[in-house]
Ligand binder design. Structure first.
Ligand code: ADP
Ligand code: MG
Length: 421
């Protein structure tokens, strides 16, 4: 079928015509179609049989422009191919953390998937102060499993290289290169600054050669280190969860990049939430310490869980192969030395990418609601300055940390757990 943009009036007929939908809906005559509309890039429709509300799916369609910017900002629909490839890869490895994929079409640039109707986007819930007890366990498993199984440590020399070619994602990578690694630091006209944010804080991330160099190194790593098939946009707006289950959605930025990028996205977002909850918890009348401790612990558990699971996968694979990535281990210590140094590099990258992700959310175009929705501009500026300070120390010092506790200590030294009295 030739591409055409669907809308709430066309979706029902489109669904009705698909053989894959016949077993999911008992009737197509009473479909309720609701456009979700909180996405930045695409159109998402929730389709439900009004007479049997368990019969429900989500349809996501890419349009040939950037939705938030309008038709004046063209963007190839090819991104949906990357999203579908990544969703299918994730589904094959982590079926309990990805919505079921019922149908996809390259021509129509769309995917039809399970409606996660018992789950919420966690950013909104984290803003409210909700604890997700299994989040770190699920997210760390997802990241370890997807990154390991797409890397050179697991795949054959040929398959990995073919995958890199197949999953190339030029336009969406460029968005990240511009909006995460370039514009925030060059005082670009797309930047948006809180008028209460101190000029010194902005100047520090834009006019310090050491910092510009460090961010430049992260940009270069993002563009050149084809280590694993990344989700590419793994922030807390791409996770739908409840207390028991966690789903990772929206991998349209997926491409082969550095492993630390997905980890950094998640962990940087948890640190931003940490800074926002100094004010938010006080405003709710709570002692900020309890919720903020959970946020820091969750970030630590994501890293530590990732490290442990990734190494487990790697060791079992080497054992099954009877050799290691570096070849036969003649002295019995070389493979272990290589693995340790490898994990140290991923840790360092994770810190650097988390830092860039944090700083860009403060001065760049796309903010995070955790901080941007704090109405009191002075309180918002305090959270912003804390996030900028943490980001700048992290990116500059990223090779000097030896464990996650040191990052938690840094966060606490910038903004004490119990908040500003
Ligand atoms: P975009 O790429 O345009 O940002 P998303 O994939 O983030 O779009 O989806 C936009 C919104 O649609 C999400 O924030 C969520 O509210 C809703 N959504 C997306 N996928 C599902 C799903 N499988 N089940 C329920 N809601 C979903
Ligand atoms: Mg998206």
């Amino acid at each position: 079928m030739e591409y055409h943009q669907l809308n709430v009036n066309l979706v029902a007929d489109f669904i009705r015509g698909l053989s894959e939908m016949q077993s999911l809906f008992s009737s197509f005559d009473t479909l309720e179609i609701v456009e979700v509309g909180d996405g930045n890039l695409n159109f998402v429709y929730i389709i439900t049989n009004e007479l049997s509300r368990d019969e429900t799916v989500v349809l996501k369609q890419a349009v040939p422009f950037l939705r938030i910017a309008g038709e004046g900002w063209p963007l190839s629909r090819d991104r949906m191919k990357n999203e579908v490839m990544a969703l299918k890869f994730h589904e094959s490895l982590c079926p309990s953390n990805v919505p079921k994929i019922y149908y996809s079409s390259d021509e129509m640039s769309l995917v039809i998937m399970e409606n996660l109707k018992n789950h919420q986007i966690i950013r909104g819930e984290i803003i409210k102060g909700k604890v997700f007890p299994s989040l770190a366990e699920h997210v760390s498993s997802f990241i370890a499993t997807t990154l390991f199984h797409s890397s050179d440590l697991y795949l054959g020399f040929d398959e990995k290289k073919r995958n890199v070619a197949k999953t190339i994602n030029i336009e969406l990578c460029k968005i990240t290169e511009d909006f995460v690694f370039t514009h925030p630091y060059e005082d670009n006209e797309t930047n948006e600054y809180n008028p209460e944010l101190s000029l010194d804080a902005i100047a520090h991330i834009q006019r310090d050669p050491e910092l510009r160099n460090a961010v430049g190194e992260m940009k270069y790593a993002f563009m050149t280190k084809a280590e694993a098939l990344l989700h590419g946009d793994l922030h807390i707006g791409s996770i739908m969860a409840n207390e028991e289950e966690t789903f990772i959605i929206d991998p349209e930025f997926s491409f082969y990049g550095p492993m630390g990028f997905d980890l950094g996205a998640m962990i940087g977002n948890l640190f931003l939430a940490y800074f926002s909850h100094d004010y938010r918890q006080r405003k709710m009348g709570n002692d900020p310490e309890k919720y903020r401790s959970w946020l820091l612990q969750c970030a630590k558990d994501v890293w530590c869980g990732f490290e442990e699971k990734f190494l487990d996968l790697w060791l079992s694979h080497d054992e099954a192969q009877g050799t290691s990535f570096i070849g036969r281990d003649l002295d019995g210590k070389s493979a272990e030395t290589f693995r340790k140094a490898y994990m140290k590099r991923v840790f360092e990258d994770m810190i650097g990418f988390a830092a860039c992700k944090m700083m860009r959310r403060i001065v760049g175009l796309a903010k995070v609601a955790d901080i941007a929705d704090i109405e009191d501009a002075a309180e918002r500026a305090r959270a912003e300055e804390n996030a900028l300070r943490m980001g700048s120390v992290m990116v500059l010092q990223r090779s000097n940390y030896s464990n996650f506790d040191e990052l938690m200590d840094l966060a606490k030294s910038i903004s004490p757990l119990g908040g500003c009295k």
